[in-house]
Design a binder for this molecule. Structure first.
Ligand code: CA
Length: 602
């Protein structure tokens, strides 16, 4: 079954409406194949706020326009409603009067998740107090020598180990592991755990969150380490970027690696509430889904921005759709949500080629490329190692059971019960950056989220990569151009970040790319952003001089990227309207590698 189909079915399948499900399935199948049903309606209704259709996500508009009127009251969907003002009793009464069932309050996005009939959704969209309604979409996880590649071993040898900083891991849960304990006191460094997946505890049934946690915080106890930080001479030891950092475990993905927008929003809400109690300075989101609307409307992006505004650095996976050519873009325009949010630090993945030196490292072919669909935000922001990363194993989890060949033994464990596991993906590159953020904040706790992001981008290595290369897997060749949409501001360089003391002023929102009438793509300035504030933070400093063509602000010429398919690629990304149906179709080919074990490079 295609992942996206599963998503849509999930949002329709609600036990209380079992009788409606067969009809809903039929509607969804038609919707997937793009076949128009009878009674297609084109409604352009407007009220004092604006067009009503703009308050409905593309999928809901489509479904409403392709469902027989007689079926509208019989089919139900789980949706997230964002109101213009904070959720109040009158909002809940309105939903109740329409027969809706409240599932979870989501104050972070001034709304909540509700189960509503299609009829009620249509009626609610006509309410001027409603800002936006979208399905409670499904979310998925987005996998050597990664520590040395980014200089974490050097940083640790100088005593930067994440002490005093807490990272919230919003993922599939974290299973207890010796490498996550304080070697002196024996206490777990997981300070708080909570599951937002109904009917589950906060342990890791999938095997993803534990691995992510280990990349951030593992101290190597089971692989020859003693929890100390200076271990340059210890080989085959598997430790994380910030081995003394603390963790908060917020579980939003089930044992299949799937969750919903509402779980992630609720977890972000909790992380903000716990920020001062546990010194949470970083949130790691190694998960994502397709982009359906502007980040200004997407509730997941809005929740990420609220966390950022509260002072937490939110680090997000760029997605694993870099091999995806379903839109004719060769992986461009494939950044997933919420990695498409301009505030987030969005991370792409490299492969280390199995060597500690970073000079031979190259982009992973599956690493999603920017710009983002619809808003054209320049992403990813930077790249970090993510291919075949060895980190903590969660025994008996789904990934562990399915991929026993990925198990890796440390020096202190039994061969029958290895402590480590190998995964690949931007999911694994993201916690490398989260760990780096913890080190930077340990060094200077007064830095703002924007200052941290700007510093990591400025100090990222821009000279390392070739201009082009290609990678062949199973007879298919993937061409890479190392431009801003592939590697962002460059390769994470932790020692460089720790030896830089620039304090950026202004917002570190990633810039927008625009296309002029000649087909050139240029960076669009934002007067309040860091990148405009001075020569020190100018675009050529941040993204490297090689990204700017002809000494102008052009970052893409008209023909550099897609060769013969240029026109098709441009029209998808810069077309007047994104054909959302095509985006859905892309899911069928794109999502498999997201779980981190599908098909790593090399
Ligand atoms: Ca290497």
């Amino acid at each position: 079954m295609l992942p996206k189909l599963k998503l849509v079915l999930a949002s329709f399948a609600h036990a209380a409406f079992a009788t409606a499900i067969p009809t809903a399935l039929a509607a969804v199948c038609f919707f997937m194949s793009g076949t128009a049903l009878a009674q297609r309606r084109t409604v352009v209704e407007t009220d004092s706020i604006g067009p009503i259709a703009q308050r409905l996500s593309p999928e809901l508009s489509y479904i409403l326009g392709h469902t027989r009127t007689s079926q509208l009251s019989r089919q139900h969907a789980n949706v997230i409603v964002q109101f213009r003002k904070p959720l109040n009793r009158s909002h809940l009464a309105k939903v109740g009067n329409l027969g809706g069932i409240s599932r979870r309050s989501l104050s972070l996005v001034r709304g909540g998740s509700f189960s509503l009939s299609l009829n009620a959704i249509q009626a609610l969209a006509r309410d001027p107090e409603v800002a936006y309604i979208s399905p409670d979409r499904s979310i998925k996880t987005t996998n050597d020598h990664f520590q040395q590649s980014v200089g974490a071993d050097v940083a640790q040898s100088y005593g930067w180990d994440g002490s005093g900083v807490t990272v919230a891991v919003i993922d599939s849960g974290i299973t207890d592991h010796p490498d996550l304990h304080d070697p002196v006191t024996g206490a777990s460094r997981i300070l708080y755990s909570q599951s937002f997946v109904p009917g589950t505890d906060a342990s890791d049934g999938y095997g993803h969150g534990t691995h992510v946690a280990g990349i951030i915080a593992g101290n190597g106890t089971m692989s020859g380490g003693n929890g100390e930080t200076n271990r340059a001479n210890v080989s085959h030891e598997y430790f994380g970027i910030a081995p003394k950092v603390n963790l908060v475990n917020l579980k939003v993905l089930d044992a299949t690696g799937a969750g919903h927008d509402s779980y992630v929003i609720a977890a972000l809400q909790r992380a903000i509430a716990l920020k001062n109690t546990y010194q949470i300075r970083v949130i790691n989101l190694s998960l994502g889904r397709r982009v359906y609307e502007s980040n200004a409307q997407d509730p997941l992006c809005q929740a990420v921005e609220a966390a950022w505004q509260s002072g937490i650095v939110v680090v997000v996976a760029g997605g694993n759709w870099g091999r995806d050519n379903a839109l004719g873009t060769h992986g461009y325009g494939m950044i997933s949500a919420p990695g498409n949010d301009p505030y987030a630090v969005t991370v792409g993945a490299t492969r280390t080629m199995g060597t500690a030196a970073n000079t031979d490292d190259r982009i992973a072919s599956y690493s999603s490329k920017g710009p983002t669909l619809i808003d054209h935000v320049v992403k990813p922001d930077l790249v970090a190692p993510g291919n075949n990363v060895i980190s903590l194993r969660a025994p008996h989890s789904t990934l562990d059971a399915k991929h026993p060949g990925n198990e890796v033994s440390g020096a202190h464990d039994s061969l029958l019960n290895p402590s480590y596991f190998s995964l690949s993906g931007t999911s694994m590159a993201t916690p490398v950056v989260s760990g780096a953020v913890a080190l930077v904040l340990q060094q200077n706790p007064s830095l703002t989220a924007d200052q941290v992001k700007a510093r990591l981008m400025k100090t990222a290595d821009k000279m390392l990569f070739p201009q082009f290369d290609s990678f062949t897997l199973a007879g298919v060749s993937y061409e890479h151009q190392y431009d801003v949409f592939t590697v962002g501001a460059g390769y994470l360089d932790i020692p460089a970040a720790l030896s830089n003391f620039d304090l950026a002023q202004g917002s570190a929102r990633s810039p927008i790319a625009t296309r002029d009438t000649f087909g050139n793509v240029v960076l669009q300035g934002d007067s309040s952003s860091v990148w405009n504030s001075s020569v020190i933070w100018g675009s050529s400093v941040i993204w490297g001089s090689s990204v700017l063509l002809n000494s102008t602000s052009v970052i893409w010429g008209s023909s550099v990227v897609w060769g013969t398919s240029t026109v098709q690629g441009y029209s998808v990304i810069w077309g007047s309207s994104v054909i959302w149906g095509a985006t859905v179709a892309a899911d069928s080919t794109g999502a498999e590698s997201v779980d981190g074990v599908g098909d790593p490079d090399e």
